[in-house]
Design a protein around this ligand. Structure first.
Ligand SMILES: Nc1ncnc2c1ncn2[C@@H]1O[C@H](COP(=O)(O)OP(=O)(O)O)[C@@H](O)[C@H]1O
Ligand SMILES: [Mg+2]
Ligand SMILES: [Zn+2]
Length: 507
């Protein structure tokens, strides 16, 4: 990660300034205020989520001249020097560097000496998972019997690479990804205090790209400030990060709906000029169409650009677009030229709106005939007035039956029997046809399973529906089956021998 002035300047100095790690912070504070100092701690979690910062705060809390305290003064020599990473008794070791490895080899010697000025000797070992087996052994020896004045904080992004022997001797603290909303809030605060004017949409782009790491968010902000000064727009961010801004997606959407292939090529040319990362682009394209789908389902017209609101594209069209994106996304990722792959994907989307699977065509025709012969084959995503009646009825029927089927699954032992049952809706009755069943099972089905499902249907569909159990006795077949068996030469012989008859066939 590149050097970031903002990240350094805004490193949280006290427990309460650490954002998004409430559980970790609370536990640490409790241990200090209750006088139960942990001597070996593992801080695990994504980069830039506060591990080093919290380690330093913990060191200050232990060594502040007023300490141990949950509110280090930040004024005394220990507090100041720890914050600057130059306290003689608080050692930060980078396990990924040669020097760090040497330090750890000598750890056993180093820990023998009590702290020079502070209360505790604190070792903050960063990227501890990078240590060699040899170095881990040296570390383990010291962690097994540390002098009372020694505290180890092992920071890692990959806790599973720490040997179990060490892990089992440590208290483990998990640092979480920081929620987007909290990063947005923090960046806003920083911008305000730094006199930077930034659009909300620009912030959103930065935070999206930072994937839960506060440090990444801050260093992206740094880069963008050095690019565009103290006034930042969404476009600035999109140029620096190579992520298209949201207006691009609307332009693409329009070009697809209007079958305007030249526009698509032009837009892609521009994006390419701006060094757009086309892999990220496709991910965001997917998000965009997903949002579009939600807006269409909820009937939120405002989401759509004005000149598109009256277009005849349907929810099915949007689903088809999404499908094309999902199916082709990995081709873009693997393509020798992601740009070309994206172009192909967008053209596929243009064609997708014209293709209507035959099955769909037939079922649509049927619906149209049932409801309104003058209705055109395509419905708008925002149907005006009433919906197609036939469609609603057909839907409701299958909904109730589906609901019943799903309801069966709630009864574990019975579900396998009922899964094979035939279901038929007759007015307010649903007839459930099963093979012959013992009475005890029938009873459970009727009194327990059916009653529950009927109640749920009432709640869900506001309908009173009776479930009826019918057993299917296929007389014809069973008679012919017994006959066939009885005519088998061997069976015949036995029957005459014992004067018997075929009562039942057990399969
Ligand atoms: N939870 C957090 N709250 C506030 N700022 C944070 C947080 N996590 C990281 N930062 C910011 O990122 C910078 C680097 O954080 P750091 O504690 O070194 O992360 P880590 O050690 O987990 O990689 C800090 O200086 C601070 O500006
Ligand atoms: Mg760190
Ligand atoms: Zn202090």
């Amino acid at each position: 990660m590149t050097y970031s002035a903002l990240a350094r300047k805004w490193r949280p100095a006290t427990f309460d300034r650490v954002i998004g790690q409430e559980a970790v912070i609370q536990t640490l504070k409790n241990s200090i205020s209750e006088g139960r100092i942990h001597h070996s701690l593992i801080f695990s979690g994504l980069r830039g989520t506060g591990k080093t910062s919290t380690a330093r705060i913990y060191a200050k809390a232990l060594n502040c001249k007023n300490g141990p305290t949950v509110e280090p003064c930040l004024e005394c020599d220990a507090c100041k020097e720890i914050a600057e990473g130059r306290d003689i008794d608080v050692m930060e070791i980078d396990a990924a560097s040669n020097k760090g490895v040497d330090d750890i080899r000598n750890l056993k010697e180093i820990v023998q000496y009590p702290p020079i000025r502070d209360r505790f000797r604190v070792f903050i070992i960063d990227e501890v998972h990078m240590l060699s087996t040899h170095a881990f052994n040296a570390l383990l020896k010291t962690i097994e019997e540390p002098p009372s004045y020694v505290v180890f904080i092992l920071a890692t992004t990959e806790p599973h690479k720490i040997p179990a022997t060490i892990r089992s001797r440590c208290q483990i603290f998990e640092f979480k990804k920081i929620p987007q909303i909290k990063i947005v809030r923090h960046l806003k605060d920083i911008c305000e205090k730094e006199g930077i004017n930034i659009d909300e949409s620009a912030l959103k782009l930065i935070v999206d790209a930072s994937e839960g790491s506060m440090r990444d968010a801050q260093s992206l902000l740094d880069q963008i400030i050095s690019f565009s000064g103290d006034k930042i727009t969404e476009e600035d961010v999109s140029v620096v990060l190579g992520i298209p801004d949201s207006t691009v997606f609307f332009k693409i959407f329009k070009a697809i709906v209007n079958d305007n292939r030249k526009d698509i090529v032009d837009i892609l040319d521009k994006l390419e000029e701006r060094n757009t990362d086309f892999v990220k682009f496709v991910l965001r394209l997917g998000e965009f169409f997903n949002n579009l789908l939600h807006a269409a389902i909820k009937g939120e017209k405002e989401f759509f650009p004005e000149d598109l609101r009256d277009k005849k594209f349907s929810i099915e069209d949007i689903l088809r677009y999404l499908n094309v994106i999902l199916q082709n996304e990995r081709f873009v990722r693997d393509a020798f030229s992601p740009r070309i792959a994206v172009e192909l994907l967008l053209f596929k989307m243009v064609f997708a709106s014209k293709v209507m699977p035959i099955a769909e065509l037939i079922s649509k025709k049927k619906l149209i005939i049932e409801s309104n012969p003058s209705q055109s084959g395509r419905e708008s995503a925002f149907p005006e007035g009433k919906s197609v009646k036939g469609e609603i009825r057909e839907k409701k029927e299958s909904d109730v039956l589906n609901f019943v089927k799903k309801g069966f699954e709630d009864f574990q032992e019975i579900a396998p029997i009922l899964r094979k049952a035939g279901l038929k809706e007759e007015d307010d009755n649903i007839v459930v046809t099963v093979h012959v069943l013992p009475d005890s099972v029938k009873e459970i089905i009727e009194n327990k399973v059916f009653k529950t499902i009927e109640g749920n249907i009432h709640i869900r569909f506001k309908r009173k529906v009776n479930l009826k159990l019918e057993t299917e006795v296929d007389v014809k077949q069973s008679v012919s089956e017994t006959e066939t068996i009885a005519n088998h030469p061997l069976v015949k012989k036995i029957l005459t021998e014992f004067d018997g008859r075929v009562e039942r066939i057990i399969k």
